[in-house]
Structure formats: C-alpha cells, structure tokens
Ligand binder design. Structure first.
Ligand code: NAG
Ligand code: NAG
Length: 122
C-alpha cells in the first residue's frame, strides 16, 4: 500500500513538473516546395523554410528532411540530416520515386512540420 502511494505521489510530481520545464520548440514552416511545385527525379533543389520565429535557445538545432509519400513519412531514409536548422535552406537531390503520388517534405527540428503536397515526376 505504501509503495502504491509513493508511486502515485511520484506520478503527480512528474505530471505537475512537466509544464514548468522550459522548452523552446521551433517548428519552422517550409516555404519551398509548395503546392504546385513539380520536381524531376535526380534534380537538386534547395528546400527552404522560415527562420523568422526562431527562439534564441533551441533544444534541437539539428535538422532533418524526410520525404512523405501519400502522407507516409520515410523516416529511415532522410533526404538530408545533421544540418543547422537555422540555415533556412538545404539542398536535396530528388529521389527516384514513382510518379503519381502525393509527395510532401517533413522538416524536423524539435518536431516535424509538413510542406504542402507537391509533385515528383520522371
Ligand atoms: C542552393 O543554395 C546554395 C546557397 O545559396 C547555392 O549555392 C546552391 O547553388 C543552391 N542550389 C540550387 C540547386 O539552387
Ligand atoms: C497530402 O496527401 C495526403 C495523401 O494523399 C493526404 O492525406 C494529406 O491530407 C495531403 N495534405 C494536404 C496538406 O493536403
């Protein structure tokens, strides 16, 4: 019984402490590609995003760009990773994927941010 009480006391402590923890979550909006963008397989393009709202302290400065096909993120094969999220742009090579799907990019810093769907063709 005592153990159980300690458990709940600890749980309450954890839950109530969470909002006090200061995190500067930076979720930069992707500017390019946008709706209507058409990329060809093998081309190089600069993915760009806004750094205007970047807080001074960022918990995760390491960026990662992931392709999503029909809403499904391919997190195992990022198009780019390990770059500085404050760069505002990063060059990627369009991967050899099938025509006719809805493609979007997800930019990860602290959390993922989807671009609008765009087109990749051969
Ligand atoms: C991407 O941006 C960099 C830096 O401005 C530039 O050197 C490079 O040529 C650009 N790449 C493309 C594909 O436009
Ligand atoms: C992009 O396409 C996916 C799958 O086709 C769809 O689920 C999603 O809602 C679309 N996103 C937007 C922003 O329209």
């Amino acid at each position: 019984m005592t153990t159980l009480l300690f458990f709940f006391a600890a749980l309450v402590a954890v839950v109530s402490a969470a909002p006090l923890e200061k995190r500067d979550v930076f979720v930069p909006p992707i500017l390019y590609p946008h709706a209507g963008t058409v990329w060809k397989v093998g081309q190089k393009h600069n993915v760009t995003w806004s750094t205007a709202d970047a807080p001074t302290q960022i918990t995760n400065k390491q960026g990662m760009i992931v392709l999503a096909t029909n809403g499904l993120e391919d997190i195992e094969n990022p198009l780019a990773s390990g770059f500085d999220i404050l760069l505002g742009r990063f060059e990627v090579t369009v991967p050899d994927v099938a025509d006719g799907n809805d493609y979007a990019l997800v930019l990860f810093g602290d959390s993922g941010n989807f671009s609008p769907n765009f087109t990749i063709t051969h």
